[in-house]
Design a protein around this ligand. Sequence first.
Ligand code: G3P
Length: 233
Amino acid sequence: KGIPVLAVNYKAYPTAFGETGLAIALTAEKLAEEYDGIIRFILAVPATEIVRISESTDKALVYAQHADPVEPGAHTGYLPLEALKEAGAKGTLLNHSEHRIRLSDIDTIVRRATQLGLETLVCADTPTAAAAAAILSPTMIAVEPPELIGTGVPVSKAKPEVITSTIQLVRMVNPDVPILAGAGITTGEDAATAIKLGANGVLVASAVMKAKDPEAKLLELAEALAKAAEKKS
Ligand code: G3P
């Protein structure tokens, strides 16, 4: 459980690539240094950006957005965990609603990632799917109702019961895995509400990637998470 997590999924937004993607990462890195031991920053960047962004970050952990259940070999276009690690990733998102994979593949990838020393953040669209994923012992779980993703309508306000039932169900099978809430989280208040409901952090995308000022948005989210976590302890 520990310190709250602020995970930013770059997706394939135009800002995710090249200089703008790197600039967002540098901002996150600066905040990760300031909030060292207070907030854990994760940046799930496009595969093409892993090398560039991981070379310029340290405290902000670089994740891939997906990995394939294959070992290095004759697999054209696939992303083996070994390749992500070699590129500098510290972990990977798995089973995002925009990139779903089967449970048996999540199982294989989580096991292999653990052997390789890579973290895994498994996404689920419902509390029951989150519990199914939690039994595989990933590093973290995120629950995101797909219908709220990218809408700016925060799960923590529109569907708080999704967060609370996820916590309840996941804790039955895995007492320790951090549980993140995502979909529509836009303001510091949305993030703080998720923490109040019992989440261990948030997974955000458009709020940061489409922000006029991503630095200000990251700061707003970080401050709110830190305050909410402090109040709880
Ligand atoms: O992975 C995070 C994402 O699916 C949530 O998207 O844009 O609603 O923050 P967004």
